[in-house]
Design a binder for this molecule. Structure first.
Ligand SMILES: C[S@@+](CC[C@H](N)C(=O)[O-])C[C@H]1O[C@@H](n2cnc3c(N)ncnc32)[C@H](O)[C@@H]1O
Length: 205
């Protein structure tokens, strides 16, 4: 995640994502999709939206130890695991929901593919994956949003920026990426100012 500290990320970009996080958490809660896993959790902001009662557990996972130290300091009751999303130390079918927010576009095609295989493996048969990521702009607001998110992605630079460009222009953005990987869209919510979408999906056997 760029070169931001956890605090700076939460105070800037993170604050813009609060509405999205509330929607995702409400969906998980209303559909009883626990235990939930926030994959590539970063600062753990998604996990903090949940009340994290023991009957409704939410886990966070990321590879970056520095971000996880920050995440733990903000939410001591949440179990945060340091691991590679391409090789999850989790048994098959262990989670009723997996949340992947803005954590596909920045990865290489190879890592993305491995992550999708792992999401499918750790998701319970009746489970749901909730993806949030960039779409190709589809109306005036999302075109304006794209100018803004392009600036953020450009600042991130390096592989993150290149992978993000590849995700939009070669994979076609989130919805196209999911359908071409065998995921059925059950519900979705557009986020035009972020040229993004929340997609609730299940894997088609
Ligand atoms: C753009 S951030 C998204 C953070 C968070 N989901 C959010 O909505 O704010 C992508 C995250 O993926 C994590 N990451 C990168 N490679 C990873 C890997 N192989 N396994 C697990 N996490 C990884 C980074 O450390 C970073 O926190």
């Amino acid at each position: 995640m760029m070169s931001f500290s956890g605090w700076a990320y939460d105070a800037s970009i993170g604050s813009l994502l609060r509405g999205m996080r509330l929607w995702v958490a409400a969906y998980v809660r209303e559909n009883g999709l626990f235990p939930a896993l926030d994959l590539c959790t970063g600062t753990g902001a998604m996990c903090r939206i949940f009340d994290n009662e023991s009957s409704r557990p939410v886990w966070g996972l990321d590879l970056d130890g520095r971000l996880l130290r920050y995440a733990r300091s903000q939410a001591p009751s949440v179990p945060f695991v340091q691991a590679d999303a391409a090789r999850l130390p989790i048994r098959a079918g262990g989670f009723r929901s997996v949340i992947i927010s803005y954590a596909l576009h920045d990865k290489s095609p190879h890592l993305r593919k491995a992550m999708m295989t792992e999401v499918r493996r750790v998701l319970h048969r009746q489970g749901r994956a909730l993806f949030v990521d960039f779409e190709r702009p589809w109306d005036m607001r999302s075109r304006i949003g794209r100018v803004f998110t392009y600036g953020i992605e450009r600042t991130a630079g390096g592989d993150h920026f290149r992978n993000g460009q590849q995700f939009l222009h070669e994979e076609g953005g989130l919805s196209t990426f999911l359908s071409s990987h065998g995921w059925e869209e059950l519900e979705s919510r557009p986020l035009p100012w972020g040229n993004s979408r929340i997609v609730v999906s299940r894997f088609l056997d």
